[in-house]
Design a protein. Sequence first.
Length: 462
Amino acid sequence: MNSQVIVGVDFGSSRIKAAAYDRSGALLALEAVDTPVRHRSDGDDFPVLDLLAAAHHAIGALHAGPVAGIGMTSMGEVGTVVTDSGLAPLDFPSWYDSRGAEIVAALERRWSPTHLRNLTGRHTRLASTVAKLAHAHAHADMPVPAGLFVGLCGALAHQLTDHAWQEASLATTSGVLDLLRREYVPQIWDAAGLGHIGLAPVRPPAHSHPAITALARSLGLVEGAAVVIAGHDHPVASVGAGVRAGEVSDSMGTGEAIIAALPPGHTLTAAELAAHLDRDPDLSLEFWPADGSLLAVWERMRPGLAMRTFLENSSHSRAVLDGGAAPPSRSVTFSGADLSTLQSGRRVESSYDALAWGELIDAYVLLANEGDELARAVSGATGATVLTGGGLRSRRWRQAKVALGPDRLEVSTVAEAATRGSAAIAGIALGWWPRAEEMPGGARTPVSSAVEMEHVASTLDG
């Protein structure tokens, strides 16, 4: 008979993944399916029940052994409502379109933008549950029914356990969580027109309920398997990549988040929180899912979107641009405004050739350095900057990171960091390890030269 495994689930914007791990941290099986999306003229919708069905398929296809525990991570804002008759079949507006802007504007008219920012750690914003759900309620053919709101992870957890709860880093994405008190502010939620919907209670890191439903059994979970909501996707992926407190995580991808956890047990006064948020308009604070510490998150960059716009306006393929780009340089012609324009899908003045391609990548590396310095200033981190994410597949981007990036770089060699982070946090609930960072297999490699970077890249590529 197969030994028991932990399953990690990652609800991503483009793919939903499930992976099985044993006690040694070995990745035994991986399944991935496309994330269901409904395209509309005004944006994309995530049909929540279809996303859950896709996750069921991925989990059920693993066949790696009896599932002793399952951890889940997801994009933050998306979810549905638990009603008396079950989960509502909600089409949830995507986090990356403009729907919900009118909700945020109305809330800012009632409370000042600064008050909301300082209360929630800069989470009452367009990419928040309160903005998206209130928009859906006001504009959908069928209003959102009364019940209890749960995120994607909470919805799957409810299907497996018949319990509803939320994890703190995901709770911040509601846009109505008082960051310092760690409790919801119902007045903001109600003012958005959502007073008929409750919010699932926030529980500590690695909180679990036992799997008891027929669905859980059909997916291979043993009776009483630990079901854990691991947390928000970028931080959970950083946990899975082996990032620890005192280090900075740089997740290179479509979006490039720079994050660093504050020391465990460190608290902020309201004045200190406001002072940190004054530093930069793209800085927010949430929670490190491994232990609940405060977490600095800097999210100005969407390099994948800018690169897509560049490629749409270039007559060359990405391979040709990568191969013809000049060596990394601190001299770039793209301004911050140019990067923002490209990220929005609009053209800027450029030759769109290999020289410009290299400068675009270099501009993002130099911008990431600013985020790295900010994250360190807020968190006090003095350790390495750990690189993760799909951007590591780009040779030119790797070259720029090692030539222009922070002095102390390490590359995570973990495959599927988000599913691994989910499993690492679930393993705490099972008692397989005392802390998430003690899950075996969180390998990183220091790099200080282009030769070392390419050697690590060959390992990543298999």
